[in-house]
Design a binder for this molecule. Structure first.
Ligand SMILES: [Cu+2]
Length: 237
């Protein structure tokens, strides 16, 4: 009898454990991982986008395809670098989420990181109708009109996932949301550089993801209070 109850209890526990188990707390002797994501070869010239609607607002400045932005030094902007196999480290703050701004008929930023379950603020700065449409699979898809009088919406995403965001009103508008299960995620800047801090010493797998260039992984060892380097080179697919 006792065994049966214990088995049931253990089974119930399994069901309630989230898909991602991560324990946040104080980090002793944390180190850093930093590096760059570079493009291999000659980057294509940025393509100008056709602004076909709401030209008085959306056409106030020229728009270029941002799905691959390579800086003068060959750095890839908007790549996401994350540790894939970390179960313990600094806390993930879910009380405050990031802001996704629809400004000039463009998503700013193009690639948004958010902790799972954090409130994501979605702003409409343009005074025209936008429609936030997520192509998520693990999280219920969001498809909400945001008329000009609706300056702010809020959404939460419970499941770690990377998915595209599109605007049904403006075909050229596109972006990405990356939902994090832990804090060790970062987006590269215009030089392709990234840095992750307060990483507990240990052996990890580091993954880079880019919307056009795909994924790569490499192993990295973070020494206590030390610095590990990891550089990626990505080619057009
Ligand atoms: Cu729009």
């Amino acid at each position: 009898m006792r065994t049966t109850i214990a088995s049931i209890a253990a089974f119930s526990l399994c069901l309630t454990v989230p898909a991602f188990a991560y324990e946040g707390g104080a980090v002793a002797d944390g180190g850093t991982v930093s590096g760059t994501v570079k493009f291999s070869g000659t980057a294509p010239a940025p393509k100008k986008l056709d602004i076909t609607k709401d030209k008085e607002v959306c056409g106030a400045k020229e728009h270029f395809d941002e799905s691959l932005v390579v800086g003068p030094n060959g750095g890839v902007k908007n790549a996401v670098v994350a540790i894939t196999n970390i179960t313990k480290g600094k806390a993930l703050d879910v009380s405050k989420g990031p802001t996704l701004d629809q400004k000039g008929c463009q998503y700013q930023p193009r690639v948004l990181l958010t902790p799972a379950n954090a409130p994501v603020k979605i702003l409409n700065d343009d005074g025209i109708l936008h429609n936030i449409h997520t192509f998520s699979k693990k999280n219920p898809p969001v498809n909400r009109a945001q008329p000009k009088f609706k300056k702010e919406l809020e959404e939460k995403f419970a499941q770690p996932e990377t998915f595209e965001v599109r605007c049904d009103a403006h075909a050229w508008m596109g972006g990405w949301i990356v939902v994090q299960e832990h804090p060790y995620y970062v987006v590269t800047d215009e030089t392709g550089a990234f840095s992750l801090a307060d990483v507990p010493p240990g052996d990890y797998e580091l993954k880079v993801w880019h919307e056009k260039l795909g994924e790569q992984t490499q192993k990295v060892t973070v020494p206590a209070k030390g610095a590990a380097k990891a550089d990626f080179t990505m080619a057009a697919k």
